[in-house]
Design a binder for this molecule. Structure first.
Ligand code: SF4
Length: 191
């Protein structure tokens, strides 16, 4: 496995994905509330080792891999990359440019229902803050104007080995990615 090439290809898709969902959210008016980072506090946010590889490679290149592994081994359910106030939810991602795919969907995104109609998955806070905008966007949603989660996940998964795609709580996925990068760093130059 050429891990550097794999991460490079994944990062390109993640960047495109982030831009697509971000444009949809800002153009539709269903963007995250200013300064809000509450999604990152949910214990059920899950990712995969594969999606966390860009973050792990960056950490390896910064020379702090062992430090992060130690931190993750002691972490609770809140993503270790999040910095902020747990009481209010105000905070930010310290790994924003290399965050996994799931983090690029937070806020508002599209999915297919069982009849293959496009539905919107929207954060509760955004729903409560912008009910009129949500109604309008919901009425006008189509496959063409709404990015669909499963389509983007298919692209991501097509780049990965199947064993790296098991969904895990966020910190376990990050830890798995760091351990994998640490393993490959023994045999390949990852700079
Ligand atoms: S990686 Fe960043 S955006 Fe994703 S859950 Fe962690 S802090 Fe939040």
């Amino acid at each position: 496995m050429n891990i550097k090439e794999m991460v490079h290809n994944l990062q390109k898709v993640l960047d495109e994905m982030g831009e697509t969902f971000s444009n949809f959210q800002s153009e539709s008016g269903l963007a995250c509330l200013p300064g809000c980072g509450k999604c990152c506090l949910f214990p059920d946010v899950e990712s995969t080792v594969f999606e966390c590889l860009p973050m792990a490679l960056k950490i390896h290149r910064e020379g702090t891999l062992d430090e992060w592994i130690t931190k993750l081994e002691k972490a609770d359910h809140v993503c270790v990359m999040w910095e902020g106030n747990r009481e209010t939810g105000a905070g930010k991602c310290t790994a924003y440019g290399v965050r996994p795919g799931i983090c690029r969907l937070f806020g508002a995104s599209g999915y297919y229902d069982k009849n293959h109609n496009v539905e919107l998955s929207v954060c509760k806070l955004i729903k409560e803050t912008y009910p009129e905008i949500l109604k309008k966007v919901s009425e006008g949603r189509t496959e063409k104007n709404t990015p669909i989660i499963s389509q983007w996940y298919s692209r991501i998964q097509s780049l990965s080995a199947p064993e790296l795609l098991e969904r895990r709580p966020m910190n376990e996925a990050i830890l798995g990615a760091l351990q994998l990068i640490g393993f490959y760093a023994q045999y390949q130059t990852l700079e």
